[in-house]
Design a protein around this ligand. Structure first.
Ligand SMILES: [Zn+2]
Length: 379
């Protein structure tokens, strides 16, 4: 286990809390920033604080009304006066006839509301039909994939926006949070078959998922999480599943065992990264890939902890990329801590410890309580 005493651990945990709290100083309602990424900032900070046992609803509950203001309903410029809804990243970005609501902000906001326990929002404010109509319109009819926002001139998926497995994941996660569970539920809003076809088309020959047959741990985690939320993991062919497992295990930097030989051939292998994960072949280990790889592994096999010796990953994160002075985690041992890697480093540790929902990237208890308290009517 980690080579630090309990007292030191507590001291470091305190620094991590401070690190995440600093990022939430942008929350107060008086603040009117232009930062379009602020829903992401809020989400990453709240996940981090929840992992370090901060009572987030108690401490940040007074920001709920400010969060709710970012939920926008829009009437489309069509003959049916179609209404869609979703979250904007910044209130100053809500410009008429411009692309403002987007899928990523919507997922970050919904998950943040779940962790803040704003159940009233889900029961009385959220207009599920118009929100899911927005998600539905982000699907590309030809490929089945998703983009993040609409082209308001055409009232359909924006074709200048990129589409890939990330947006497929985000779309399905929103549907899942809004109560979709069975294929019939999902089919009410999206073309599930077409989406599954798209996901399967992103399989790489050597296992795992990626664009242009280049496997990537981030896309792999998105693809497997999407399949898990759609209860469709069993649709993966056995050989592909085995190859993916092998590919993922080979992403772990290891100075021992079967992975050693390949790593010795790998010029970018750094022995001091022992236990960490790389996101692609021939890349250095990186904190965020510990999460993307471990989440992928836990979705594929019950034996994931033994297969990759997660205690080595814990040591890599605590001894190598954790910042004991400033709090937070960095991408590698050279950079400063940043919010994204701090969130995913903490999430990887929480996944190993248990009680973390990897598919939604929030503590399992937060989601359980949401499901207990909010009556999710079948769509
Ligand atoms: Zn990274």
């Amino acid at each position: 286990m980690c080579h630090v005493t309990n007292d030191l651990r507590k001291a470091v945990a305190k620094k991590h809390k401070k690190f995440f709290e600093r990022h939430l100083q942008l929350l107060p309602s008086s603040h009117q920033g232009h930062d379009v990424n602020r829903m992401a900032i809020i989400f990453y900070s709240i996940v981090g604080l929840s992992i370090f046992d901060v009572d987030v609803p108690k401490k940040y509950g007074n920001n709920i009304s400010w969060m709710r203001k970012h939920y926008i309903k829009k009437m489309l410029n069509d003959t049916n006066n179609t209404v869609i809804s979703g979250f904007v990243g910044s209130l100053v970005m809500d410009i008429p006839n411009a692309t403002t609501i987007n899928l990523a902000n919507t997922l970050f906001a919904l998950l943040s509301m779940i962790m803040l326990k704003d159940y009233e929002y889900f029961e009385t404010i959220l207009d599920r039909e118009s929100l899911l109509r927005f998600v539905s319109r982000c699907q590309l009819p030809a490929s089945g994939s998703f983009v993040s926002c609409l082209d308001y001139n055409k009232n359909s998926a924006s074709l200048v926006d990129s589409d890939d497995l990330r947006f497929c994941y985000i779309a399905v996660a929103i549907l899942y949070i809004c109560g979709c569970r069975s294929k019939k539920d999902f089919d009410r809003y999206i073309d599930t078959e077409k989406l599954l076809g798209y996901i399967m088309s992103q399989q790489c020959c050597s296992g795992a998922f990626g664009t242009h047959n280049e496997p990537h741990a981030g896309y792999t985690s998105c693809a497997l999480s999407t399949l898990a939320l759609l209860s469709s993991l069993e649709k993966l062919p056995d050989k592909f599943r085995e190859d993916t497992l092998t590919w993922l295990l080979h992403r772990q930097v290891s100075s021992r065992g079967c992975m050693k030989f390949e790593n010795d051939l790998n010029a970018t292998y750094d022995q001091t990264d022992d236990g960490g994960f790389q996101g692609r072949e021939n890349k250095f280990a990186d904190t965020c890939y510990a999460f993307w790889c471990l989440n992928s592994l836990q979705l594929l096999t019950k034996d994931w902890k033994a297969l990759c010796q997660t205690e080595l990953t814990t040591n890599y994160l605590l001894d190598r990329t954790q910042k004991t002075l400033t709090g937070g985690f960095s991408k590698n041992d050279e950079e400063d801590a940043d919010l994204y890697h701090s969130c995913l480093g903490s999430a990887a540790l929480a996944l190993i410890e248990g009680g973390f929902n990897g598919e939604l990237c929030i503590p399992q208890e937060a989601f359980n309580e949401f499901c207990r308290c909010v009556i999710i009517r079948a769509p």
